[in-house]
Design a protein around this ligand. Structure first.
Ligand SMILES: CC(C)(COP(=O)(O)OP(=O)(O)OC[C@H]1O[C@@H](n2cnc3c(N)ncnc32)[C@H](O)[C@@H]1OP(=O)(O)O)[C@@H](O)C(=O)NCCC(=O)NCCS
Length: 161
């Protein structure tokens, strides 16, 4: 069986995923320009490094639509009998057309038969993202104060498959 999240490319129909290292700078700049990372005060160079540094347990991808980079996704596997969605961010122009949903479905397909949990953290004031994840089957299972940023709280969410 193929190792989850380890292919160089994935075709999800509505978008494609390409291994993120070659596009580290573009992905870092994209994420640093949008909330929650903008509000977290993460510079583009720090975000870019997340795609460049050696990190064997992470699948890191550019999200592309019609060939253009429209977002980034990072998945950590294995994590707590499942996979952890560490980063999912789309440019504003790419939101609301089903790409986020397709990414969640892709994660489920990748771990099907191997593990039965998806996990993530979302900053508590990020209401739109919390709504999106609830609509996609995630439940809020705990609060993690001061995790990403001192003074901000992350909501830990789980989807049992
Ligand atoms: C949160 C995020 C990843 C969601 O991804 P998305 O692609 O915008 O989400 P989707 O398009 O799948 O779903 C969002 C809404 O669009 C609607 N939608 C989905 N497909 C659609 C389509 N083809 N046409 C019209 N609307 C559609 C969905 O019904 C959904 O609305 P609902 O939540 O009221 O049900 C994205 O908005 C984002 O990157 N936000 C900023 C960064 C962020 O907060 N990331 C999360 C950090 S933890």
């Amino acid at each position: 069986m193929a190792i989850p999240f380890r292919q160089m490319t994935y075709d999800l129909g509505i978008c494609s995923l390409t291994e993120g290292t070659p596009d580290a700078d573009a992905l870092g700049a994209l994420l640093a320009g949008i909330d929650p990372w903008k509000a977290h005060g993460r510079p583009a160079s720090v975000m870019a490094d997340r795609f460049r540094r050696a990190d064997p347990s992470a699948g890191r991808f550019a999200i592309r639509a019609e060939g253009e980079i429209v977002g980034a996704v990072v998945v950590r596997f294995p994590f707590l009998r499942g996979a952890y969605l560490e980063t999912l961010g789309l440019a504003e122009t790419a939101r609301g057309r089903g790409i986020g949903r397709a990414i969640i479905e892709w994660m489920e397909q990748e771990i099907a038969g191997e593990a039965a949990n998806l996990w993530l953290c979302v900053t508590d004031w990020n209401e739109a993202a919390r709504r999106f994840y609830r609509a996609n089957g995630f439940a809020e299972v705990g609060l993690l104060p001061d995790l990403s940023v001192e003074g901000m709280t992350e909501v830990f969410m789980r989807k049992q498959l």
